[in-house]
Write a protein that binds this ligand. Structure first.
Ligand code: AMP
Ligand code: MG
Length: 321
């Protein structure tokens, strides 16, 4: 890991690392971001491994500007007005994914929406433009610790996991971005942050109430988490019925399934995480009677993978947008 003073050549070096699938921490006006190429499943899986979070939650996707955001998400009138007023700046806007959106399904935790933000920091802007692709960037801290607002914080927490840190000095705001959802049916606050509700209401009128589950009391539950349409059967070792598909893991795959996709033949949990959502989508087809899932070890990223699979198996959850 190298800490770089951000000049044109080091920013270009960092952008090249991102394009190769490596992790780069970068300054924004809110907090430091742990960046990965948002279109690369494997790079995004490294973020979750580095943060050691027991769950997959969707990551904020950083873009240089509104035009880049519109290539990824469907911004309605309200979303567009918010972006025009607050970008670049500390507001993340959750909008539906466009059908052709190239962002990794793991980066959005399988959701059909994505959180977009154009940060107001010259280093972040230069990096995004040099990388030429959207950058997934959660706060650059280990899960459960304070967000990093200096390069030294990042180095202490995540130095082992990142290839480079761009040192832009202390973050100007030091508080996470506000997250607001702008979906066709309603617009509501998901996370308070540097932009206030009053500032938002001044642009698009009063926000709607948060749907059903109170996000304050059930964090993480407010999201429309992806659950397949087909029944999911965990800890499977042999097929049940003729038309079952198999989500496999490891080198020994039992015979007799209609279709098999292997999360990682070598048993690599980072690789498995990188394929999880994309493979679930691929197997969730009416031609199959259900999806059987082989046991995944409960360690490292396996904890988050199993958390997601258990929720999906419970015909889970939550609010579908
Ligand atoms: P962090 O990346 O650590 O700043 O956290 C990102 C925040 O944005 C979390 O609170 C996420 O739950 C939220 N977020 C990101 N993407 C979405 C999405 N598609 N829908 C709802 N919330 C999201
Ligand atoms: Mg965070």
């Amino acid at each position: 890991m190298t800490i770089y003073a951000p000049i044109q050549s080091t920013i270009e070096k960092a952008a090249a690392l991102l394009r190769e699938g490596d992790l780069v921490a970068f300054p924004t006006e809110t907090v430091y971001g742990l960046g990965a190429d948002a279109t690369n499943d494997r790079a995004v899986a490294k973020i979750f491994a580095a943060k050691a979070r027991p769950q997959f939650n969707p990551l904020i996707i950083h873009v240089p500007d509104l035009a880049a955001a519109q290539a990824l998400g469907a911004l309605d009138e309200r979303a567009r007005r918010l972006a025009e007023r607050f970008w670049p700046g500390p507001l993340s806007i959750v909008v539906p994914r466009r059908p052709d959106c190239p962002v990794s399904r793991l980066a959005t935790a399988g959701l059909d929406t994505l959180a977009l933000r154009a940060p107001d920091h010259h280093v972040a802007q230069a990096l995004l433009r040099a990388a030429g692709r959207p950058i997934a960037g959660p706060s650059a801290n280990v899960s459960g610790r304070l967000s990093a607002t200096t390069a030294a914080h990042v180095a202490k927490d995540l130095g082992r996991h990142v290839n480079a840190i761009l040192d832009g000095g202390p973050c100007r705001i030091g508080l996470e971005s506000t997250v607001v959802a702008c979906l066709p049916a309603r617009a509501w606050l998901l996370r308070p942050g540097a932009v206030t509700t009053e500032q938002i209401s001044a642009v698009i009128g009063p926000l709607d109430a948060a749907p059903a589950n109170d996000p304050e009391r059930s964090p993480g539950q407010l999201l429309a988490h992806y659950a397949p349409t087909l029944p999911l059967r965990l800890q499977a070792s042999s097929p049940k019925g003729a038309q079952e598909a198999l989500l496999a893991f490891g080198e020994r795959t039992p015979p007799g399934f209609s279709k098999v996709l292997n999360l990682s033949p070598t048993g690599d949990l980072v690789e498995a995480a990188s394929h999880l959502f994309a493979f679930l989508h691929e197997l969730d087809q009416p031609e199959f009677s259900g999806i059987a899932v082989m046991p995944i070890p409960e360690r490292g990223l396996g904890v988050a993978i199993n958390d997601r699979l258990r929720r999906a198996a419970h015909g889970s959850t939550m609010i579908r947008q």
